[in-house]
Design a protein around this ligand. Structure first.
Ligand SMILES: *[C@@H]1O[C@H](CO)[C@@H](O)[C@H](O)[C@H]1NC(C)=O
Ligand SMILES: *[C@@H]1O[C@H](CO)[C@@H](O)[C@H](O)[C@H]1NC(C)=O
Ligand SMILES: *[C@@H]1O[C@H](CO)[C@@H](O)[C@H](O)[C@H]1NC(C)=O
Length: 511
């Protein structure tokens, strides 16, 4: 689907064409044979010369030593005239005017920034289904990040209320007189269906307020009405705009990046302590570091899996790529050492010593801390979610986005980039790459590769279809049921195609 692949097909056809021309030339030569054996000799030698040249060209194609063309590194993949479509269908029951509702949903969002963001977008859809007023959600202060930010610190609250006017009513607070009455306190089922929430409407017979204790993944990815899916997109991509201070600083930093090199890669280098501890990935770490991570995991009560074999995790493709592995990967893809790379991440585990395994290959690494002044960052640095929001914006706007791990942030950014026009988004095949990396290790029996054009070709082929070109959202793995099934589906916000991305044909229907 990617344009680069189309380009290859085109080149192939072109070569084929040239071969036909050559055949014709050879045919003409055969006519000459009848005239003189002298001409025959000449024409044969010419033909041989051509064959030689062709062989050399094709062997160069197998082991390219020339730089990869810019468009294959930087341009958005071909998008077939697709465009966003978030407007409701004719069947949609809009909330005309700000109809007063005497039923309320209060929400406590859980998780980091992106988990909360997708959860809030889902709660907008839930409020619509159960016909209630949504009270501005309370944000998580207890997660690993210990951020005390409120909704309006992170999001533009007024815009959120205005943007959803036709969909649901949003209240800044629960009315005073309802604060003390009993609420239905619900842990909604994860990946719940439309039917589940329609059933929940019966709660209104007894209660005037429903409190939702957890907002993440409370709504199914698939098999929901088109209008509900589009409402999720309107909430996620239009209504949940970040607060003005965050938007302003992020824009400034993007301008600074662009004034340096014109274009940049945003790298979500998820090589932070919490992630390594949670996943049990200790490859390349010292004994002391491994121990520290194990203790942290054993000490964190809400991480349920305690015993992890790091080797098996890594071979299964379940570990974040290390900074060194990211360096090898980007180089193999063909990005030159001068490439400007913005590191969208918190504190890298192992600090500068570990980062140097990446900066030795790509010295042009920048962070918020190097782009912004101390004064500009003041007020954000102690708020992990606000810092993450700045990284999010810079990542969505980058020419290329690469993630070292498929966490909530990587998925949300990928979906947003697909939504905005399939911007180049590279998702490493971590399982495949680990095999390749182990073939580079000459201490291992498997070490039969070197960092050369063959490696480059291997890695490039492996990632041909992992660059953010349009494709429909993937369903569940076969043979699974219930929650296990939902767990393996691609998340709605990772790829809102087909519901919120439409082809040229459906244009008239949706506008
Ligand atoms: C939604 O709620 C409002 C006010 O509570 C009510 O007037 C309206 O009939 C409800 N709509 C549906 C479809 O239940
Ligand atoms: C867990 O953390 C507490 C303090 O946060 C510490 O006192 C305790 O020793 C830790 N447990 C282990 C097993 O390290
Ligand atoms: C972890 O798994 C690997 C590969 O399956 C195995 O060789 C190794 O012995 C395991 N390590 C431990 C500590 O169980």
């Amino acid at each position: 689907m990617a344009r680069s692949r189309g380009g290859r097909r085109f080149r192939f056809r072109f070569r084929f064409h040239r071969r036909n021309l050559c055949a014709a030339a050879a045919y003409a030569a055969v006519l000459l044979i009848a005239l003189s054996s002298f001409f025959t000799l000449i024409s044969l030698s010419k033909k041989d010369g051509f064959e030689d040249r062709r062989e050399r060209v094709s062997s160069e194609e197998e082991h390219p030593s020339e730089p990869i063309p810019d468009r294959e590194l930087w341009d958005a993949p071909f998008s077939f005239g697709l465009h966003t479509c978030v407007k409701p269908t004719a069947k949609y029951k809009a909330m005309l005017g700000a109809r007063e509702s005497d039923r309320y949903i209060t929400v406590r969002s859980n998780g980091g920034l992106n988990q909360m963001r997708t959860g809030i977008a889902d709660m907008v859809a839930v409020a619509h289904i159960v016909n209630a007023t949504l009270v501005i959600p309370e944000l998580d202060r207890r997660s690993f990040w210990k951020d005390t930010s409120t909704f309006s610190d992170i999001f533009d609250e007024t815009h959120f209320i205005e943007a959803l006017k036709g969909d649901i009513r949003v209240a800044r607070e629960l009315p005073k007189e309802l604060e003390s009455i009993p609420r239905a306190r619900k842990h909604f089922s994860s990946w719940a269906s439309m039917g589940y929430y329609e059933e929940m409407r019966r709660l209104w017979n007894e209660f005037q307020v429903i409190h939702v204790a957890k907002s993440d993944s409370r709504l199914a990815n698939n098999d929901l009405p088109l209008d509900i899916q589009r409402l999720r997109c309107r909430a996620m991509y239009n209504a949940l705009r970040f607060s003005p201070p965050i938007e302003i600083l992020a824009k400034k930093l993007i301008e600074r990046l662009r004034s340096r090199e014109g274009r940049y890669i945003a790298l979500h280098l998820r090589y932070e302590k919490d992630m390594l501890s949670f996943t049990g990935c200790t490859y390349g770490l010292t004994e002391a570091e491994s121990k520290e991570l194990t203790i942290m995991r054993e000490n964190t009560s809400h991480w349920k899996v305690k015993k992890i074999n790091s080797t098996e995790q890594r071979l299964g493709g379940n570990c974040p790529l290390t900074p060194k592995e990211v360096g090898i990967f980007l180089q193999a893809l063909g990005y030159p050492p001068s490439t400007l790379i913005y590191i969208a991440a918190g504190e890298i585990y192992g600090g500068n010593a570990r980062l140097s395994t990446l900066s030795s290959r790509f010295p042009n690494l920048v962070f918020k801390e190097t782009l912004a002044t101390k004064e500009e960052l003041e007020g954000f640095t102690n708020h992990a979610s606000q810092s993450a929001a700045i990284d999010y914006i810079i990542s969505v706007e980058s020419d290329v986005f690469v993630s070292s791990y498929s966490g909530n942030m990587a998925r949300a950014v990928e979906g947003h980039r697909r939504f905005l026009g399939h911007r180049r988004t590279i998702t490493p095949d971590r399982k495949g790459l680990v095999e390749v990396f182990d073939r580079l290790d000459d201490r291992l029996e498997s070490g039969d590769l070197r960092e050369d054009s063959l490696l480059s070709e291997l890695v490039r082929q492996m990632h041909h279809n992992r660059q953010g070109a349009p494709r429909k959202r993937k369903g569940a793995l076969p043979g699974l049921k219930g929650k296990a099934r939902s767990r393996t589906e691609e998340s709605f916000y990772e790829n809102p195609y087909p519901e919120c991305i439409c082809g040229p044909k459906s244009h008239s229907k949706t506008m």
